[in-house]
Design a protein around this ligand. Structure first.
Ligand code: SF4
Ligand code: SF4
Length: 371
């Protein structure tokens, strides 16, 4: 399995384009494509944030992929994503604008179809169907363009997690509600990724995020792009580059257990892995989590105790809160109210999904341990 790495010092148009082009060539993308095909680019546009912050996929990555495809005869290119918040024209226009997606418009169209469809999962999956936005469900070819980040709930956000944006708008909190347990939620993400099945995943790790990702962490540049046809092995590999243990990330441990990770056949292409990479800081929610070291047969009984002992909850920092209500909108169990322009969390019912922290634009939500 080819794992492509190219060093890119910064977000400067021509070096980014050159690296992206070389990566797509190495993966022989053109051998898959014909000019009549509809190609979907799936960036991470989790919230309306400028490209200078390591929260969303940088527009130069998206533009470079679209430009390279167009220059090689592919013209039906769509940028499609369902961000956090509602999947509506009004919301997505703000997202596209703030995240710089208009830069890619000479080469690609921004998706403005806000419909979705039910797509069947293969036999034997826990989830029999997934509601997937039309732009992704109807594409002939999907190029997944995640941002490399730590993540408060899942530990890591890369190729697999980026595909959660295939689920329309506020149906995402509903899935958090259906799968409050990290094992079940991770299994859902894995099954979703096997349904969307992107042909290529190219990770923006020129600047990445450490700490309280996916939106409240800090910049940790790796100065590289990663690309592969095998999203699962690449995610496993990328977590290693971050200095984290892949088997501590539940979705990667599960991917490995399902035989989706092939580290034995990893063939590194492109630039060398830099020496002395600094490990990424974990999210506060994961600092004390060692449940992944527990043998599989003990995980269930151990999990019950550990959940009680190690569970984390959101904690409001009132001086930073502006009462915008984005946390309340994203809370799957609706235990957040806005009173006197401040968020108020009810004491009971929290499932520790950290959607509230993820969607807070003011970094006003931190983490507290149960004990
Ligand atoms: S906690 Fe954050 S998201 Fe919630 S109301 Fe305050 S500023 Fe808005
Ligand atoms: S309060 Fe925050 S962490 Fe708790 S369930 Fe709601 S969104 Fe999830």
């Amino acid at each position: 399995m080819k794992q492509v790495i190219y060093h890119v010092a910064d977000y400067i148009e021509e070096p980014v384009y050159e690296a992206v082009g070389k990566a797509l060539e190495q993966l022989d993308v053109l051998s898959d494509l014909t000019p009549d095909m509809k190609v979907l680019l799936k960036p991470n546009l989790i919230m309306a944030r400028k490209a200078t912050m390591p929260i969303t996929t940088h527009p130069l990555i998206v533009k470079s992929v679209a430009r390279w495809l167009q220059e090689h005869g592919i013209t039906n290119i769509i940028i499609g994503e369902s961000s956090g918040g509602p999947f509506t024209a009004e919301h997505m226009k703000t997202i596209y604008q703030t995240c710089g997606m208009h830069d890619a418009e000479p080469y690609a169209t921004l998706n403005m179809d806000f419909g979705f469809q039910s797509v069947n999962a293969p036999e034997g999956f826990t989830n029999h169907t997934f509601n997937i936005i039309n732009a992704i469900a109807e594409a002939d070819y999907v190029i997944n363009l995640p941002k490399l980040k730590t993540h408060a709930m899942t530990g890591y956000s890369g190729g697999i997690k980026n595909l959660f944006g295939a689920i329309p708008g506020l149906q995402k909190p509903q899935l958090h509600y259906r799968f409050p347990d990290i094992e079940d939620f991770s299994n859902m993400l894995l099954e979703l990724s096997l349904v969307v099945k992107p042909q290529i995943t190219l990770i923006d790790a020129i600047d990445a995020m450490e700490g309280n990702g996916p939106t409240g962490g800090d910049s940790h540049p790796l100065h590289m792009i990663l690309a592969s046809r095998d999203m699962y092995t690449q995610d496993y590999f990328a977590v290693g580059l971050m200095g984290l243990e892949p088997n501590e990330i539940v979705m990667l441990r599960q991917a490995n257990e399902r035989g989706l990770v092939h580290m034995d056949s990893l063939e590194l292409i492109g630039d060398a892995i830099p020496e002395n990479l600094t490990p990424f800081k974990k999210p506060d929610t994961k600092e004390l989590d060692f449940s992944s070291h527990v043998p599989k047969f003990l995980r269930k009984p151990f999990g019950v105790i550990m959940k009680k002992v190690l569970k984390s909850y959101p904690k409001l920092e009132p001086e930073k809160c502006v009462g915008c209500g984005k946390c309340a909108e994203s809370c799957p169990v609706q235990i957040i109210d806005i009173k006197d322009k401040k968020a108020v969390f009810k004491k009971k019912g929290c499932i520790s999904c950290f959607c509230c922290q993820e969607m807070c634009p003011m970094k006003a939500i931190s983490v507290k341990k149960a004990i």
